[in-house]
Design a binder for this molecule. Structure first.
Ligand code: P6P
Length: 336
């Protein structure tokens, strides 16, 4: 009986698509998945081991850190910093880049991550996840500098997430489409279950936090109002809304059954053009969405083209069904 295509087998076979690949990247990704298995186990056991609730500290975003945020962040750092694959790491939970320990060779990759996205949901049993992005270090073999991380999303060599939901799933792309793997707890392996995930160009399902409507700019208000008018409005069909409040869960649903996700520009704080962070949320998710046939924009700019202005820069995010994203972009263009 064949156990199916394990993630390890898939990574090794995909590496053969890259002539001259050293296998370093395959090693990086395999090591990263170990931390995703560990984090999933901590999330699922949180209430049993006293890991729920606040850690009593704030992160660089000024957000209250959950105990699981810190556990997850440490898990990735300690699973990855000894491997020799990395020149540095950057995390939503840390102000500055993480330096690889002195006694470890510097590798040729940079790892950026949100260790536990949507962590405010952990105490109420809603899906959360880990988001990761891999860049090439501009100069291999030396400590990464801050500027090395500030590369546009088109430079990513890999992006993905682990979803801790009804099952532990790992979804990633290296530029050859998007593939999803489900953890089989009985053997501790991720098994290929969602091959070549695609986002239909059209959809009838949207995801947005409607309570912020008064803070959106006019093009987004127009777009969402038309969806809510259903058959009575210019779209002449009804739409459905979903909002989990956990980007990994909302994006995973869109990769599985289509849809459009919006966390648009918000006029509450002009210094924060959006809530989501470019380097370790918007870029990896935009990379996956484009690889699955969707589109990802701020409303005026393709997200993957943005030159990052800082490690924790925030951007408006509109991603998913290509024709719907293009409609939102057209409404922005019409408004100028
Ligand atoms: P709101 C989680 O905190 C997060 O960063 C994303 O995962 C999620 O899509 C968004 O914020 C939810 O934001 O304002 O609806 O709580």
């Amino acid at each position: 009986m064949h156990i199916g295509t394990t993630l390890s087998q898939f990574i090794i076979e995909e590496t053969r698509l890259y002539p001259g690949a050293s296998g370093d990247f395959a090693g990086l990704l395999n090591d990263l998945t170990i931390s995703c298995k560990f984090i999933g186990a901590q999330v699922y056991r949180g209430a049993l081991v006293g890991a729920l609730g606040s850690a009593g500290t704030d992160n660089v975003q000024g957000e209250v850190q959950k105990k699981l945020d810190i556990i997850s962040n440490e898990a990735i750092l300690k699973s990855m910093d000894w491997t020799g694959h990395l020149a540095g790491m950057a995390s939503e939970e840390m102000d500055d880049p993480y330096a690889i320990p002195q006694n470890v060779p510097r590798g040729k990759y940079l790892l950026l991550f949100d260790p536990l996205d949507g962590s405010s949901n952990t105490d109420v049993g809603i899906s959360v996840g880990t988001i990761f992005s891999v860049l090439k270090a501009p100069v291999a073999g030396r400590d990464a500098e801050l500027a090395d991380f500030l590369q546009p999303g088109v430079e990513q060599v890999c992006a993905g997430y682990a979803l801790y939901g009804s099952s532990n799933m790992l979804v990633y792309s290296t530029g050859y489409g998007v593939n999803g793997f489900t953890l089989d707890p009985s053997i501790g392996e991720y098994i290929l279950t969602h091959s070549q995930m695609r986002i239909p160009e059209d959809t009838s399902e949207y995801a947005i936090n409607m309570s912020n409507r008064r803070h959106w700019q006019k093009p987004v208000q127009r777009y969402i109002d038309e969806l809510n008018q259903g058959t009575d409005g210019p779209r002449q069909r009804n739409f459905n809304m979903r909002w989990v409040g956990s980007m990994v869960a909302d994006v995973h649903r869109i990769l599985c059954r289509g849809g459009i996700f919006l966390y648009p520009f918000d006029q509450r704080d002009p210094k924060k053009p959006g809530k989501l962070r470019l380097l370790y949320e918007a870029n990896p998710m935009s990379y996956l969405v484009e690889q699955a046939g969707g589109a990802a924009s701020t409303g005026t700019t393709r997200i993957l083209d943005i030159a990052p202005q800082g490690l924790h820069a925030r951007v408006p995010v509109i991603l998913g069904a290509k024709n719907e994203v293009e409609r939102v972009v057209a409404y922005h263009r019409d408004s100028f």
